[in-house]
Design a protein around this ligand. Structure first.
Ligand SMILES: N[C@@H](CCC(=O)N[C@@H](CSC=O)C(=O)NCC(=O)O)C(=O)O
Length: 275
């Protein structure tokens, strides 16, 4: 298992680095970022999943999470959001294809050969992180933004026991009910509504999937709030299921990384206390 280091820089006493490896899951070279806090480790791992059009650099560069991660002794892992490359299917729209992997394994042409993001993040990449970095893989948590918030919620619900805690910024909570998901899920998974529901956080909760608690932050000046995000659906699903949801609505904040940067410290502390 060869991991190539693309860049490495000292950061808050630790190290921010970017890497690639040949993924058996996607059949492509996949990139990811790692922030390693100061010290010898092993460190608990916080997975940070980014949204549509983003890559492995976006959260690392824009969220401003490293200073507190260094203080708390958290390793941050930022995977790319899809397979990429000339031989990889794509779509002209920014909300499908490369940069829009939706953290699932596609079953449909032309996506199925390479779009295996769930297998990569759940099955393969943890082995890479555990083998090449001072990580304690018995202590993992997950967070994400927008499509990455969807990924964090769904991966935690689909893999109970893997993550000690889960949180999200402006997540897509019910992709089967909103345009982004209604476009992506049939394209990646085909015509069966049960396959879509298996990648919809609200539907998973309604179907009995559980996490102990959730932290979600949502800006009220978010242009995607009403059409694509609809956090009230998650509030209703969690209330019906008895899941302790902390849903914080913030006046004046939009969908972007200025919003994430403003509250990311609360998420790191939330995970740090549970790791
Ligand atoms: N290019 C699009 C806007 C794309 C966008 O807003 N992406 C968000 C995630 S949206 C849901 O997953 C994002 O995180 N962008 C990166 C950033 O730096 O803000 C358009 O033209 O509208």
């Amino acid at each position: 298992m060869t991991v190539e280091t693309l860049s490495s820089a000292a950061c808050h006493g630790g190290c921010q680095s970017f890497h690639s490896h040949a993924s058996a899951s996607t059949g492509t070279v996949m990139k990811f970022g790692v922030f390693t806090p100061p010290g010898d480790g092993p460190f608990p791992v916080l997975w940070c999943l980014a949204g549509l059009t983003c890559n492995e650099e976006t959260f690392a560069i824009k969220a401003g999470a490293q200073r507190l991660a260094a203080e708390l002794g958290l390793m941050l892992v930022t995977p790319d959001t899809s397979p990429r490359g000339e031989g990889v299917a794509d779509d002209p729209a920014w909300d499908m294809g490369q940069g829009a992997g939706f953290y699932l394994d596609a079953t449909q042409a032309p996506w199925a050969p390479h779009f295996a993001m769930e297998s990569w993040i759940i099955g393969e990449l943890p082995g890479v992180i555990g083998a090449h970095f001072p990580a304690d893989m018995e202590r993992q948590s997950i967070m994400g933004h927008s499509m990455g918030g969807h990924g964090a919620l769904v991966l935690a619900l689909r893999h109970p026991g893997r993550f000690r805690s889960v949180s999200a910024f402006a997540p897509i909570v019910a992709p089967t009910a909103v345009p982004w998901g209604q476009k992506a899920l049939p394209a990646y998974l085909g015509d069966d509504p049960a396959a879509w529901a298996a990648h919809d956080a609200c539907a998973l909760i309604a179907g009995g999937a559980r996490v102990a608690e959730l932290l979600v932050d949502q800006g009220l000046a978010d242009n995607f709030l009403d059409a694509q995000l609809q956090p009230e659906r998650l509030a209703a699903a969690c209330a019906a299921a008895g899941i302790a949801l902390t849903l914080r609505r913030h006046d004046g904040y939009d969908h972007g990384y200025w919003f994430i940067q403003s509250f990311v410290g609360d998420h790191l502390r939330w995970h740090g206390a549970r790791l």
